[in-house]
Design a protein around this ligand. Structure first.
Ligand code: NAD
Length: 476
């Protein structure tokens, strides 16, 4: 597949390509151009040239393009889902859900289009003041491979609906769905140059995008370490920046929780997308009085998960997305065994089925008796491995849950209103779930605290992140 610059398919200036592989089979499914600094410059130039026209298009008209694009995505859902599964690895049902989520994001912002406005402000003395909101210009995003379609939607939709133009640098493992979704925008009537996609490495294409002086805002999603680098470069260019970074979400199961629903919440929370979700359940704290029963039920549920190629309709959990992730999980398991830091209840190895050695498969794994100093509780575990810790009470659970550099999400499972209130007030995270985990919606803000980043995506207030407020003082 080619890049998308100025509404057209484009080769990279350097003429080089890189492979996109299927993580379930190791097969090369396509090649995409290795974008250079010159390609980024061309894409930003195209976005800059398209800006005047798009900014003066009425928000309602922009919304119509969104609405049509959402309709095309829904119509082509099956073929798009198969493409997403092939390059990312997730089961088809999850891929379909992600694409429905993408379409829903477009529809939500289409609805917001009519509410873009400034204010009329009476001021002391003989006069008036107005505030008007103007788009910033060229905005950009750098995205990861775990939820490539949904995160693309979260970034391009608020920017474009507010009249900005855009350059996207997608993750190198999953560029195909992003290129295809960008071409759907053009099919829906987007004017040339409004949305550009440059594929390539983070160090070359990513950094030149952040450095480009004509880019006014960067929205980044990825690892905390990469986010810090992006923030540093963006600061030197005085650019606005939103950072959606890593997470290590705790889930607290109290002794009065509905254990059946907590068990299914933990299974989906941890093993959805093969554990590669920023807001996955990455640490589980369960009250000791119910721990035995809870762990038994959880073990039985996890053993029922079928691991396989995401294209197979019986698959519950696909492969990890890449070899680096698989090696990281294997390294953690080796360390648990070597240091005797925890007991592997189930999983802990590569599953055995025909072809499993060709892909990046790993069994869904539960580890109990994890000591506080374990890496499993300190680092972000981006894969199908769940550490379980028993606690005496809610105070101990909240203290342990907050003992992390991350602060993206957290959940508390209980029927007790006082405990719910305590959890909501004391858990230090950007999103708190009660009796659920993982649910996100474009209607509400999303983002973290501490090393999980700053700024928010989604919700109606997001539009001001993509607009400049100007004040007009009028004397009569
Ligand atoms: P990553 O940081 O390795 O890569 C993310 C993107 O940054 C990719 O497009 C990559 O090419 C680019 N990049 C790499 N180095 C760069 C540089 N020096 N300058 C500019 N761009 C650069 O992350 P990943 O492995 O793709 O994704 C997994 C991580 O993303 C996890 O930590 C996960 O928690 C996080 N994540 C966070 C959220 C959130 O909303 N908070 C959502 C999804 C994923």
């Amino acid at each position: 597949m080619k890049m998308q610059i100025n509404g057209k398919a484009a080769e990279a200036c350097g003429g080089e390509y890189f492979d996109v592989k299927n993580p379930a089979t190791g097969e090369i499914i396509d090649q995409v151009p290795k974008g250079t600094e010159d390609d980024i410059a061309l894409a930003v130039e195209a976005a800059e040239s398209a800006f005047k026209g798009w900014a003066s298009t009425s928000p309602q008209q922009r919304g119509i393009v969104f609405y049509r694009a959402a309709e095309i995505v829904r119509r082509k859902k099956e073929e798009l889902a198969a493409l997403l599964t092939k390059e990312q690895g997730k089961p088809l049902a999850e891929a379909r859900g992600e694409l429905e989520g993408f379409a829903h994001v477009l529809e939500y912002y289409c609805g917001l289009a009519g509410s873009l406005r400034g204010d009329f402000v009476p001021v002391p003395g003989n006069g008036y003041a107005f505030t008007v909101k103007n788009p910033l210009g060229v905005c950009a995003a750098i995205t990861p491979w775990n939820m490539p379609a949904l995160i693309m939607g979260w970034k391009i939709a608020p920017a474009l609906i507010s009249g900005n133009t855009f350059v996207l640098k997608p993750a190198s493992n999953t560029p195909l769905i992003n290129l295809t979704l960008a071409s759907i925008f053009y099919e829906a009537g987007l004017p040339a140059g409004v949305l550009n996609v440059v594929t390539g490495s983070g160090e070359t294409a990513g950094e030149s995008l952040v450095r480009n002086p004509d880019v006014r805002k960067i929205s980044f999603t990825g690892e905390t370490g990469t986010g810090k680098r992006v923030a540093e470069i963006a600061a030197s260019g005085m650019k606005r920046v939103t950072l959606e970074l890593g997470g290590s979400d705790p889930m607290i199961v109290c002794d009065d929780a509905n254990l059946e629903s907590a068990v299914s919440g933990a299974i989906r929370g941890r093993f959805y997308n093969c554990g590669q979700t920023c807001t996955a359940v990455k640490r589980l704290y369960v009250f000791e009085s119910v721990a035995e029963e809870f762990i038994k039920k959880l073990e039985s549920g996890v053993k029922n998960l079928k691991v396989g190629n995401g294209l197979d309709k019986n698959t519950d959990m696909g492969p990890l997305n890449n070899r680096h992730q698989l090696n990281f999980i294997k390294e953690l398991i080796a360390e648990i065994e070597e240091k005797e830091e925890g007991k592997i209840i189930t999983g802990g190895k590569v599953p055995e089925f025909e072809g499993s050695d060709k892909g990046y498969f790993f069994e869904p794994t539960l580890v109990s008796d994890v000591p506080a100093e374990s890496r499993l509780l300190k680092e972000e575990v981006f894969g199908p491995l769940l550490p379980i810790v028993t606690v005496k009470n809610l105070d101990e659970a909240i203290e342990a849950a907050n003992r992390s550099n991350y602060g993206l999400g957290a959940s508390i499972w209980t029927k007790d209103l006082d405990r719910i209130r305590t959890g909501c007030e004391q858990l230090n995270a950007g999103i708190i779930w009660v009796n659920q985990h993982l649910k996100v919606a474009p209607e509400v803000p999303f983002g973290g605290v501490k090393e999980s980043g700053f700024g928010r995506e989604n919700g109606p207030d997001i539009l001001s992140e993509y607009m400049e407020t100007r004040t007009i003082m009028l004397k009569t």
